[in-house]
Design a binder for this molecule. Sequence first.
Ligand SMILES: [Zn+2]
Length: 81
Amino acid sequence: MMLIIMGYNVGRLRKRAGVCTMEKVAQRCIVCELERSDGIAICEQFICQRCEQEMVNTDVQDEKYPFFIHQMRRIWLRKDA
Ligand SMILES: [Zn+2]
């Protein structure tokens, strides 16, 4: 299953951007808002590995999907700010 967010496929985006191997410094995940050191950065926003996996495995029909969209949208809003 593929997760489409704002027209982007996360898996493809990750490959194209190159996985930003994060330094082992805790950063606040934009999705769960917990500080974690494992994860990826998309558009300079941090998403922890747990949330990334959850998003990738969340079906569009899933009730959690709108929540992820909402959280991800904040990335784009921040980018424009
Ligand atoms: Zn998270």
